[in-house]
Design a protein around this ligand. Structure first.
Ligand SMILES: Cc1cc2nc3c(=O)[nH]c(=O)nc-3n(C[C@H](O)[C@H](O)[C@H](O)COP(=O)(O)OP(=O)(O)OC[C@H]3O[C@@H](n4cnc5c(N)ncnc54)[C@H](O)[C@@H]3O)c2cc1C
Length: 432
C-alpha cells in the first residue's frame, strides 16, 4: 500500500501510541489527535504479559521498558484469611521467551510518547484536540473528523483513514454502535492505589487475595528504588460492591471503605492493612460491562484498543491487547494494497479472538479459582487445600486461560503440571 496514506489516530494512550510506532516502522506517517491539553503519567499499575513485552521488544524499547518496570517472577493466590491456594511462575521463570513485567501505566505511556516524538517528529502528536465525531466521504475514500480545539473553537481534519483508539469512553464507538452506548454497571467498583514500601517476597511477586468481587485484592510491585528512595512502589487493586461511580480513571476514593475486609487477612510477608493505610493515592473505577461488538469498522474508520474491546481490567490483558492491535493493523496496511481489504483483514484476525478474552474476563478468568475455594469452603478456613481445590484442577483452569489469551504454557502439550504450592517448593529446596 502507498506509504503516503494519510492516517489520523484518535487518542495517545498506549493503544494509539503503539499503533503510531508500528505504522512508522512500516513507512507510514500517522498523526495523533489527543484530547488532553498535556499528557501526564496518569494511572497506576499495568501487568504486561509476555506477549506485550514481545511487542515492546519489536519496537526496540525492551531495555528502556526493563529499566522502568519490575520482572514478574511468581503469582500466588490466597483465600481471604491468607491461606495459600495455588501458585505459578511468571514469564521467563515459567519458560516463556519473554518476561512478564509490572509497570506504572503512566511511565509506560510517557516512554511511548517520547519515542513517537523522536521517531515521527514533534508534530506527530497534537494535544488539546478533542474529536467529537466523524463523517465518511461520500465516495468512501476518506473521513472528515469534527474536532474541538484547545481554545474551544471547532475545526475539521480530513484523513484517508482514521484509527480510533480513544479508550473506554470512545466517542467513535458511541457513533458507530449507538445500540451499545450505555454499558451496564456490574455493581463492583475497583479501588486502585499505590504504596511506597519495602519489597515483599521475591520482589517480583503478584498476590491475589480473597474471593473475586467481594473483597478481592491484587498486589504487585511496579517500580524498584522508586525516585531514588530505595523503596518499591507497590500497586494494589481491591474489588468491592459499591454504588456506581463514574467511568473516570482519575476519580479519587478512600481506603476507609475497604479496610475492614482485611481484618482477618494474615499473609506472612505482607501487612495488607498497613499497605492500605500508607497509600499515596486511591482511585475508583467501576467495572462496566461493554458488550463485545460484531464490527470495529465503519467505512474508513477503524477502532482499536479499549475503544473496540474494553474488558474488565482483570487478568492484565487490556493494555497488552491494545498494544497488539497496532502491530497487526500496520502489517495488514503494509501488505495489502486495498485499504478496505486491509481493515477487514485486521478485523478478521483480531475481533473473534479478542472478544473471547473480553468474555473470559467477565467470567473472572483464572481468578475463578478464588471463588471456587470460597464457595467450596462456605467462606471458612480450610485444613487441606488439596481436598478443596486439587492442584491438577487449578492447573487445568490456568492452562485453558493462557491458551485463550495467546500465551499457551510452555510444556503444556507434555501434560506437565506447571502450577505449584510455594510450601512444596520451599520443602524441596536444599536448606542453607
Ligand atoms: C488517565 C488514564 C488512566 C488509566 N489508568 C489505568 C490503570 O491504572 N490501570 C489500568 O489497567 N488501566 C488504566 N487505564 C486504561 C488503560 O490505559 C487501557 O485499558 C489500555 O492501556 C488500552 O489503551 P487505549 O490506548 O486503548 O486506551 P486509553 O489508555 O484509555 O487511552 C485513550 C486515549 O484517548 C484519549 N481520548 C479519549 N477521547 C478522545 C477524543 N474524543 N479525542 C481525542 N482523544 C481522546 C484519552 O485522553 C487517552 O489518552 C487508564 C486510562 C487512562 C486514560
Amino acid at each position: 500500500m502507498s506509504k503516503t496514506l494519510d492516517i489520523a489516530i484518535i487518542g495517545a494512550g498506549p493503544g494509539g501510541l503503539v499503533a503510531a510506532l508500528r505504522l512508522h516502522q512500516r513507512g507510514f506517517r500517522p498523526k495523533i489527535y489527543e484530547s488532553v491539553q498535556e499528557l501526564k503519567p496518569l494511572g497506576v499499575g499495568i501487568d504486561v504479559k509476555v506477549y506485550g513485552t514481545k511487542e515492546l521488544d519489536e519496537l526496540g524499547l525492551l531495555d528502556e521498558f526493563r529499566a522502568m518496570s519490575v520482572d514478574a517472577k511468581e503469582s500466588i493466590f490466597f483465600n481471604k484469611y491468607g491461606q495459600e491456594i495455588y501458585a505459578e511462575l511468571c514469564g521467563v521463570h515459567m519458560g516463556y521467551l519473554y518476561e512478564q513485567r509490572f509497570v506504572h501505566r503512566g511511565t509506560l505511556q510517557m516512554l511511548l510518547y517520547k519515542t513517537v516524538l523522536e521517531r515521527l517528529g514533534d508534530d506527530a502528536v497534537v494535544q488539546g484536540q478533542r474529536v467529537l465525531g466523524y463523517t465518511n466521504d461520500h465516495d468512501g475514500s476518506g473521513v472528515m473528523l469534527d474536532v474541538q480545539n484547545r481554545d474551544g473553537t471547532s475545526s475539521s481534519v480530513h484523513a484517508d483513514l482514521v484509527v480510533a483508539s480513544d479508550g473506554i469512553n470512545s466517542v467513535v464507538r458511541r457513533q458507530m454502535h449507538p445500540e451499545s452506548a450505555d454499558p451496564v454497571y456490574s455493581g463492583i467498583t475497583m479501588y486502585r492505589g499505590t504504596t511506597l514500601m519495602k519489597p515483599f517476597k521475591s520482589g517480583g511477586t503478584i498476590l491475589h487475595i480473597g474471593a473475586p468481587q467481594i473483597s478481592s485484592m491484587i498486589v504487585y510491585p511496579i517500580a524498584d528504588d522508586f525516585e531514588g528512595t530505595g523503596l518499591t512502589l507497590v500497586n494494589w487493586v481491591v474489588e468491592a460492591e459499591r454504588e456506581k461511580s463514574i467511568e473516570d480513571w482519575n476519580q479519587l476514593g478512600s481506603v476507609d471503605e475497604i479496610m475492614h475486609y482485611y481484618d482477618e487477612t494474615d499473609i506472612p510477608f505482607l501487612d495488607v492493612q498497613q499497605m492500605l493505610r500508607d497509600a499515596r493515592e486511591v482511585y475508583l473505577f467501576p467495572l462496566i460491562r461493554h458488550d463485545p461488538l460484531d464490527s470495529w469498522i465503519d467505512g474508513r474508520v477503524i477502532m482499536i484498543g479499549d475503544a473496540a474491546h474494553a474488558m474488565y481490567p482483570r487478568g492484565g490483558n487490556g493494555a497488552c491487547q491494545a498494544i497488539v492491535d497496532g502491530g497487526v493493523l500496520a502489517e495488514k496496511l503494509d501488505s495489502i494494497d486495498d485499504v478496505d481489504e486491509a481493515l477487514q483483514a485486521f478485523q478478521d484476525v483480531r475481533l473473534k479472538a479478542v472478544n473471547g478474552i473480553v468474555m473470559a474476563h467477565r467470567g473472572e478468568g483464572y481468578e475463578i479459582i478464588r471463588r471456587m475455594v470460597e464457595e467450596r469452603t462456605n467462606g471458612e478456613r480450610f485444613a487441606d487445600i488439596e481436598e478443596v481445590l486439587p492442584l491438577a484442577e487449578a492447573d487445568g483452569i490456568f492452562s485453558t486461560y493462557h491458551k485463550l489469551v495467546g500465551q499457551e504454557r510452555p510444556g503444556h502439550d507434555d501434560g506437565e503440571a506447571t502450577g505449584f504450592r510455594t510450601w512444596d517448593v520451599l520443602a524441596s529446596e536444599p536448606s542453607a
